[in-house]
Design a protein around this ligand. Sequence first.
Ligand SMILES: Cc1ncc(COP(=O)(O)O)c(C=O)c1O
Length: 367
Amino acid sequence: MAPLAPKPRPGVLDIEAYVPGESQVPGGLKPVKLSSNETPLGPSPKAIEAFTAAGSALERYPDGQASALRQAIARRFGLNPDRIVCGAGSDELISLIAHAYLGPGDEGLYTEHGFLLYRIVILAAGATPVVAPETNLRTDVDAILARVTPRTRIVFLANPNNPTGTYLAIDEVRRLRASLPADVLLVLDAAYAEYVRRNDYEAGLELVATTENTVMTRTFSKIFGLAGLRIGWAYCPAAVADALNRIRGPFNLSAPSIAAGAAAMDDWSHIETAVRHNEQWLPWLTAEIEKLGFSVTPSVANFILVHFSTSPGRDAVACDTFLKQRGIIVRRVAGYGLPNALRITIGTEAENRKVVEALTAFAGARA
Ligand SMILES: Cc1ncc(COP(=O)(O)O)c(C=O)c1O
């Protein structure tokens, strides 16, 4: 008989752990890492300065309210700081939301190629994941609404979505909100909002401000260049902020994170530079890769989804291996139901050119 041992709750061991983008390549090459949608420009120098300064008082607990950070965010966007909850990355906030609003018997809904963390947090809360199909790699509001049941408690929507890079226009987000039952929480995950250059896009601030059942999450990991510090924030109705504040760790952000995040938020010129960089290189990379004969899903974020043929030696796995041998790390997305695609983050000019060179060689080699 097996000795007695502690057992996690039923279901925990059925969860497939999130697999982060890779960061190593063979042969000790210095990798070109384009697998996690990090910014090639790094953080604001002011954020680095604030981070370094925070190192002089590490024996002290941080401010458990992250006040300086919440105030900096509130100033930038004209928000009520009481409704902002910060977390160790938006990952933590998404997880806290699931734990606060889902339990056994409840259903959490997300879309077919939606960010994989949603499934994990729904299962971790003991609830049942329900997946709404997408249409041409885009969120389909009617398909989501068709899957709402009396058990639905949360709808998670990444907008823009990772890994597709597509987005849902604000009119459609509003229609979704208006058509969902009032007791269903709509979570708008706007991790890539700063990159979007479309008149019909909004991250959801106004919806949060004008409804009692919509939350928006944001991150400092992408355009702010602070992925290593783990900083995210949620803008919430007062009742949701109250629930999250009750269950979060009392000091869930470190002092260096609070200081660097606040300084980064105050340096908007750095963000504008990053937006301009993306505006230049997103269309360039898309066009160059299309010229090679691959199809690319139109993206509004800082990454693109490239589609490959299914023939052995020409497929996404073969291309991934080919790129890795040249020191380039991109993201396989089979776990997202996209086995024939690779996701590539927009890098520096030199990195983008290297990707095109390598894909040109792959396209030539495959003929
Ligand atoms: C759509 C989306 N949401 C949330 C996150 C989590 O970001 P973080 O926890 O670093 O804030 C990511 C990261 O890849 C993402 O792509």
